[in-house]
Write a protein that binds this ligand. Sequence first.
Ligand code: MN
Length: 370
Amino acid sequence: MDQSNGRPAGLSRRDLLKAAALPLVAGAAGNTTSAAAAEPPSGFALQKPWKIAFEEHFLTPQFNDLPSGMTPTSVAEVYRNLLEVGEGRIAKMDRARIEYAILSLNSPGLQAELDGPGSAAKARVINDQLKGIVDKYPRRLGGFAALPTQDPKAAAEELERCVKQYGFHGALINSFSNLGNAESVIYLDDPRYDVLWERAQALDVPIYLHPRNPLASQQMMFKGHPELLAAGWAFLVECSTHALRMITSGVFDRFPKLTICLGHLGEALPAYQWRITKTYSQKVPKSPLKKDMYGYLKSNFIYTTAGFFDTRATLNVADIVGLDRVCFSADYPWMDMVEGGDWLDNAAISDADRLRIGRGNAMNLFRLKL
Ligand code: MN
């Protein structure tokens, strides 16, 4: 090791970054797992920020909703950090060695709006505010659009406006959308969303499917256990189910190039791929779908480490879906981005895999030129 900078001897930062941008070899993930298990921790740690992260949240004083059951005082530090999108956030990115973060409005965001036309108007305001935030740090911050999903056509138009005019990298949707009241909702497998998928596919940008808490009427199983709501467990059940609804309703047959990003290492879907593939084929023997369930998990989804800084679980997911589909993210400020950055920089994996997960795969996904 070169003791001056902690990087493997003989490799400059430029070499490492070049390696990260190389085209990925399909099917390499299986080898990756066994090779990585045999290697000792490399102590890899670039001094300069090098990673890309894209499940990173913010609020503004005007748009400051928290997940149901939380208040600004009950999650005071997180709430403060959600509102902090200036020097403090950049300094923390430096400490986590994150070069570029794509910001998204915190859950539930616009999806909890009850008024469709109002949601469209708010989307324009919040995306304008986000543009102002990222413009102050164009080399460090990017944006995911907030979309007025109560009106799929308006959502498609807002996506296009934000991508074409503002250079946003896609959009983040906090799962299902309310329609008119707190208990009436629409899910993304509804055919009315085809207009949005068509636009996302044409713009060639991914959509991040982020969880929100289940409807109040669906929270019976968590009664008496508020610790299991949100990231405790409810997010996983809600978001993985939503992704499966999209698959089984044929969204990805109609829009085969659509890419959906899932955080938290895919909300357990990769671990369940065998079982959901098997049981779907049993329940729907004459499936109208073009692929089996595993086929969609391998071709239409990207999986991030947001909120899941565990090497073994990350390698398991890479082994199942392919290393080229696994990307670093932190899930800040719900998780500590410095802890996440330290984890990937020091995880017991090869430096080539570290660079793909931390940078190269995201460079390819968003066609970044950093
Ligand atoms: Mn999150």
